[in-house]
Design a protein around this ligand. Structure first.
Ligand SMILES: Cc1cc2nc3c(=O)[nH]c(=O)nc-3n(C[C@H](O)[C@H](O)[C@H](O)COP(=O)(O)OP(=O)(O)OC[C@H]3O[C@@H](n4cnc5c(N)ncnc54)[C@H](O)[C@@H]3O)c2cc1C
Length: 393
């Protein structure tokens, strides 16, 4: 029997290797359109490959998989993050879990995973045909099974041949990007990190909490990437011009107001802008005071009146910006959308339209936030397909 794997990325290799372990006699060929396999694994996680997550802080899968969480929950019975952890360690890639729950190779180098896959592919005689783009099943007539692991396709061009085969497609849009904001005074604060902010898309319930990084084009960091993931489709519909608000402090209005009044008593003679009382960096504090109080920003703490306090509380806890698009860098990590989950059997990931055709990885309409969740989805779906093919023998 012969299986063709279309796409030499994370899901493609994981599938090929596991299929050979389950069915050593299966002939497996990986078709890769470029001359460089596992390219995304190589650059992932800043070259360290955040290959899964301990899931210790995950209380609800929908928080980390905006698309596909119900589907994955079931597939985790076949292969979950603990299985992935064990798999890599048993295949010679020791892992470490960071304090933030992200899991990396102990070598802190994505090549640990690439070398593992390539050496297993050699050992199992998996053929890798590079420079071959597959866009029709006619190219693969000799094969008994075909697995599509072509990854995300933000412009949708890689999905056309699958749509021709009747598969429903969820319109692809980018996810995991940072935001442009046209505000030079904010840009001047580039490099500032605030650890516990909540960013919200105004007029929606879409929000995300975590560290935020101010950049020379706007904002980035985990909270913003998470917000872009949960809001991927909404933001695309708004042409990335939505208003967004930032809650700079994890506090309630009354608590912030009380702390501000307290400063008026503690240091009445100090100028408001020169002392940051709430743990925000001095430069950011000055920027926010100037934004809130404009011409009154230079007052002393003793002069702070009720109106000033209300304005400050409003800027500290509901600081609104108009987004001016996605950041001008191609830093999208994943695609939201792809082959609809309606198009596949949820237990086997076999196409409902073409027998013996399967899907795994980001080509499916499953994607997660940062933290190793996207690779975990690739491992889980790829393992499931290997299992389905071997059960179908
Ligand atoms: C910069 C960056 C950093 C990332 N870091 C992380 C991280 O640390 N942790 C995490 O969990 N996720 C991370 N991701 C996301 C993760 O890389 C992807 O979710 C994951 O690679 C998806 O695996 P895949 O096999 O489905 O697709 P891919 O890894 O994209 O592989 C698809 C392969 O198919 C090939 N291909 C496409 N079309 C065809 C065709 N028609 N014929 C033949 N070959 C084809 C492509 O060239 C590619 O090699 C990162 C992504 C990027 C871009």
């Amino acid at each position: 029997m012969k299986t063709a794997v279309v796409g030499g990325g994370a899901a493609g290799f994981f599938l090929a290797v596991n299929l050979k372990e389950m069915m050593p006699a299966m002939e497996v060929v990986i078709f890769e359109r470029s001359h460089h396999v596992l390219a995304k694994v190589e650059v992932s996680g800043g070259g360290r490959c955040n290959c899964t997550n301990s899931f210790d802080s995950v209380t609800d899968l929908s928080h980390v998989y905006p698309r596909g969480h119900r589907f994955l929950k079931r597939l985790f019975n076949n292969f979950d993050y603990q299985d992935a952890y064990r798999w890599f360690e048993q295949h010679g890639v020791p892992l470490v879990t960071q304090d933030d729950d992200c899991v990396f190779p102990q070598a802190q180098d994505s090549h640990a995973i690439i070398d593992c896959f390539l050496s297993l592919a050699r050992r199992y005689h998996i053929e890798i045909r590079k420079g071959v783009r597959v866009d029709s099943l006619d190219q693969l007539r000799d094969f008994d099974n075909v697995v599509v692991t072509t990854g995300g396709s933000p412009k949708g061009d890689g999905l056309r041949w699958l749509a021709v085969l009747e598969h429903e497609i969820e319109t692809p849009v980018p996810s995991l990007f940072s935001f442009s904001i046209a505000d030079e005074h904010l840009h001047a604060l580039q490099g500032t990190v605030v650890n516990d902010v909540t960013a919200m898309l105004v007029g929606t319930k879409i929000r995300a909490t975590g560290p935020l990084l101010i950049t020379h084009w706007g904002v980035s960091g985990p909270a913003i990437l998470k917000l872009s993931s949960h809001g991927a489709r909404y933001l695309a519909e708004q042409n990335y011009q939505s208003p967004m608000s930032i809650r700079w402090l994890p506090m309630q209005d009354e608590e912030v107001a009380a702390l501000l009044y307290e400063q008026g008593v503690k240091q009445p003679k100090k100028q408001l802008t020169t002392y940051s009382p709430l743990g925000l960096q001095q430069r950011l504090w000055t920027y926010l005071v100037e934004k809130a109080l404009a011409s009154r920003a230079q007052i002393r703490w003793a002069e702070l009146n009720k109106k000033d306090v209300n304005r400050l509380v409003n800027v500290l806890l509901n600081d609104t910006y108009q987004l001016a698009g996605r950041a001008p860098f191609k830093d999208e990590f994943v695609t939201c959308g792809g082959v609809s989950l309606k198009a596949v059997n949820p237990a086997t990931l076999e196409s409902r339209h073409v027998p013996h055709l399967y899907f795994a990885g980001e080509v499916l309409d499953i994607d997660g936030v940062t933290g190793g969740f996207n690779f975990q989805a690739a491992w889980t779906t790829a393992y499931t397909v290997a299992l389905s093919i071997s059960n179908n023998r």
